[in-house]
Design a protein. Structure first.
Length: 129
């Protein structure tokens, strides 16, 4: 089951952070069709968040066709976002872990690493790579 976390410094609305975390778990194959998301009560007990914010996130995921609420039972994954590239993830993750180790050894903190990665992703998306 997914465990949510919130970053109050991210500038991203808490409900969007939950939505992104579910989407990421679906893309990485960590959640599968039929899996149950944590109940609103469980999420509220796990992270400091208003129950209505959790409901808003779950409703957005439902609108996207990724989950379905079953009254009195819970919210369940109805579709995954993983594709055939999932098999390539583990070797790439290993390379990324090695790179992250080198980045830390070079003195970069987590914020600097995130900024560097975000800049490179942005350049790639914009076709500057």
């Amino acid at each position: 089951m997914i465990e949510f976390h919130l970053d109050g410094r991210s500038g991203v609305a808490p409900y969007l952070q939950l939505v992104r975390q579910v989407r990421q778990a679906l893309r990485l194959g960590l959640l599968h069709e039929g899996d149950q998301l944590p109940t609103v009560k469980d999420v509220v007990g796990q992270v400091p968040i208003n129950p209505n914010t959790v409901l808003k996130a779950y409703r957005e995921l439902e609108r996207d066709g990724l989950v379905a609420a079953r009254p009195g039972v819970g919210t369940f994954v109805t579709r995954t976002l993983a594709d055939e590239s999932l098999a390539a993830h583990e070797p790439l993750r290993a390379e990324l872990r090695d790179w992250l180790t080198r980045a830390r050894a070079a003195g970069l903190d987590a914020e600097s690493i995130e900024a560097l990665i975000a800049a490179e992703v942005r350049d790639m998306v914009e076709g500057n790579v």
